[in-house]
Design a protein. Structure first.
Length: 281
């Protein structure tokens, strides 16, 4: 697939967050049909479609971004696990190598992966327990939800000490099976985000409640992507950092998007993302 003619920028439409007009706390309920497994969502906020959003292609300029500067960073890495069809095999094979990879790339002393999602751009199956690309600007976890993750996934007696140290939630994102020309991932430079752009949104499951962050439109946002990412390329996305003194990026707004430069013959995007608690001594 042609990579030499990669555009330096593309222009597209992104869906931002628009808060409820009545001032109610934003929420999104995840509803799963017990018989079919089909998912639906009920929410009290709306999307805010913004056209003419310029997204810079960082192909050849990957070194201009980093986890602590912009909130995300690209790396070359070939996975030993390549099938990505069986959850138990993913946990047994892909999780351990990803733990070691995150440690190596970040300098972290402890990494605990707490979930993963495989996404396929198959619109006809998107409501039948097949996760598609998320076409909404968002951040995976708020600060309270990040702390709750430590309580939920780590041994009770270790939590107080772990919360005294620096910790992060990092999403390791990788295309699988083929290059992701179709519906790639756009990432927003943390330095271009004003704190007032970010709004907590309750994420309500039948058995628990989490909290994500919606992102309101700001014309100052600087969007980036790596066109045609391959299965041998990954991006680490910082969802949370306990260091909040202004010295490092704390989070990364991101979204799937329709790339107008996608070749006609591009195969629908398939990707996997792992979410990990990342601790430092």
């Amino acid at each position: 697939m042609p990579g030499l003619t990669s555009p330096t920028t593309v222009t597209t439409t992104l869906s931002y967050f628009s808060p409820p007009v009545d001032g109610e706390k934003p929420y999104q309920k995840v509803i799963t049909d017990p018989e079919t497994g089909d998912r639906s969502f009920k929410r009290n906020w709306s999307g805010d479609e913004r056209s003419n959003i310029v997204i810079e292609n960082l192909r050849g300029k990957e070194e201009t971004v980093s986890l602590d500067k912009t909130g995300f960073q690209f790396f070359q890495h070939t996975s030993n696990h390549t099938s990505f069809v069986n959850d138990e095999e993913i946990k047994a094979e892909y999780y351990p190598e990803s733990v070691e990879l995150i440690k190596k790339l970040t300098g972290a002393t402890r990494v605990e992966i707490f979930d993963h999602t495989i996404r396929k751009h198959l619109p006809e199956l998107q409501q039948k327990s097949v996760n598609g690309p998320v076409p909404q600007v968002h951040i995976d976890q708020s600060a309270p939800a990040s702390i709750a993750r430590v309580h939920r996934h780590m041994p009770v007696d270790e939590v107080p000490k772990l919360l005294e140290q620096r910790f992060q939630i990092i999403n390791l994102w990788r295309p699988i099976h083929h290059a992701a020309y179709d519906w790639p991932l756009a990432l927003c430079d943390y330095r271009s985000v004003d704190p007032v752009d970010v709004v907590p949104v309750a994420l309500i499951f039948p058995d628990r409640e989490g909290e994500t962050l919606g992102v309101k439109y700001n014309p100052n946002h600087k969007w980036k992507y790596l066109r045609g990412m391959t299965p041998d390329e990954i991006v680490l996305i910082k969802c949370f950092d306990s260091i909040q003194d202004g010295s490092v990026a704390v989070y990364t707004p991101h979204t799937g998007f329709k790339d107008p430069s996608t070749p006609e013959e591009a195969i629908p995007r398939e990707s996997i993302e792992l979410r990990a608690l990342v601790f430092y001594d």
